[in-house]
Write a protein that binds this ligand. Structure first.
Ligand code: C6P
Length: 411
């Protein structure tokens, strides 16, 4: 007789116990936290690592000969090693700590793109970008007399990519890996390949991808990859820019100050090696420690089981929400991360958000910092439920039940 070795089912209730905030209540109702794309909740392992750092190792990095400074430096640089391994980057010097995705993109706009831009040049983005992956390019294009060009999207929220959009004037292709407004998961590897074939560098905004999947930057082949720690179950205030060594080496510093220098005189300053050249001033040491702890925590979970669980949440939410009278889902791409954006006929999204809140259900409403996406779908704002691996099917049902109340109130 054959014995099938089935994987144990993902035990979401056990995992939830790792997240203290999820045990909480709002308005006397159990919290149903469905705003994970804005920021995710933190497991106890992260909270404790940050607390331990401040209690036992707090000091400044790279600067002191004393024991504590050595301990803090080891913690901070250890976190860099963890991020390198997580992303499968070739070297630890390719991992720059920033404040988040937004700062990572601004760094590339200022230090990589700006010096290369000439009048008439183009930067290719997509119609589904977050403002953080539009405005920094727009600013430097404005200074240089260059312009943005845009990959349009279809009614499902999938890219209508045409290689002709990559022209001899394209100096960078910057695109979102997973859309925060629509959930679309873009074929990042194919897009990078198309750009590389023309010698065009790429930046991938990974803010919404990393919480849902393992990303291998060498497999993707991109030149830059940006993400925020706080969406990856780590602390706020810490983010990552991955950049290929040759490019980072050749780039001028982003900000001036301590740490990023080799030698300073009043006549001339020379730069430190990468990544320190891009880390002026005292960094967010505790944030890096917390991010490292988040990666350790995630690494101990079964990635495939998390993925399957999130796919189940997305399927259930999509099906149940589609059945709500007057509800329209924006973003029906064939490959999505686990979030659902919707509007409800006759109800302002802000009202949806407030009524859901009274039921303990936290969703985000507004333009999601993606106004071009709102324009594309002809709406000023939407509501968005975004899931993490610790959400449950019962929470999806709670969302649907709360939307039923919204319907009743606006009948
Ligand atoms: N999106 C959301 O609720 P920061 O703020 O730097 O950590 O991340 C900016 C950012 C960049 N790209 C994408 C795709 C994002 O989703 C975000 C943040 C949040 O959707 C806040 S607007």
């Amino acid at each position: 007789m054959h014995r099938t070795l089935a994987r144990p089912a993902f035990d979401v209730e056990t995992v939830r116990k790792d997240f203290p905030i999820l045990q909480g209540h709002v308005w006397c109702k159990p919290l149903v936290y469905l705003d994970n794309a804005a920021t995710s909740q933190k497991p106890r392992a992260v909270l404790e690592a940050v607390d331990r750092y401040y209690r036992e190792h707090n000091s400044n990095v790279h600067r002191g000969v004393h024991w504590l400074s050595g301990a803090a430096t080891k913690d901070y640089e250890g976190a860099r090693d963890k991020v390198r391994a997580w992303l499968n980057a070739a070297g630890r010097e390719e991992i720059v700590f920033t404040r988040g995705t937004t700062e990572s993109i601004n760094l590339v706009a200022r230090s990589f793109l700006r010096p290369r831009l000439k009048p008439g040049d183009e930067v290719l983005v997509t119609e589904m970008e977050h403002h953080s992956n539009i405005v920094p390019w727009q600013i430097v294009c404005g200074e240089a007399g260059a312009k943005l060009s845009v990959v349009p999207i279809d009614d499902r929220g999938e890219l209508l990519f045409d290689e002709k959009l990559l022209t001899p004037r394209t100096r960078l292709f910057a695109f979102v890996h997973a859309s925060n407004a629509l959930g679309t998961l873009n074929p990042a590897k194919d897009l990078v390949r198309a750009a590389r074939a023309r010698g065009i560098p790429t930046l991938v905004d990974g803010a919404q991808a990393v919480p849902h999947m393992r990303v291998d930057v060498r497999d993707l082949g991109c030149d830059f990859y940006a993400f925020s720690g706080h969406k990856l179950f780590g602390p706020t205030g810490i983010g990552v820019l991955y950049g290929r060594k040759e490019l980072l080496d050749a780039m001028p510093p982003y900000q001036g100050g301590g740490e990023m220098i080799r030698r300073v005189t009043f006549e001339k300053t020379t730069w430190n090696d990468i990544p320190y050249k891009f880390e002026a001033g005292t960094p967010d040491i505790a944030g890096a420690v917390g991010l490292g702890a988040a990666l350790d925590y995630l690494g101990a979970l079964d990635a495939e089981a998390l993925h399957d669980h999130e796919a189940t949440l997305l399927a259930r939410a999509t099906e149940a929400l589609s059945a709500v009278r007057g509800l329209r889902i924006l973003g029906t791409a064939r490959r999505k991360v686990s979030l659902v954006t919707f509007d409800l006929e006759g109800v302002h999204p802000h009202d949806i958000g407030q009524i859901l809140d009274q039921e303990g259900v936290a969703v985000r409403t507004g333009h999601h910092c993606a106004q071009p996406v709102m324009d594309r779908f002809g709406v000023p704002a939407t509501a968005r439920a975004s899931f993490a691996f610790y959400n449950t099917l019962a929470e999806v049902d709670a969302l649907v039940a709360a939307l039923g109340k919204v319907r009743e109130l606006f009948a």
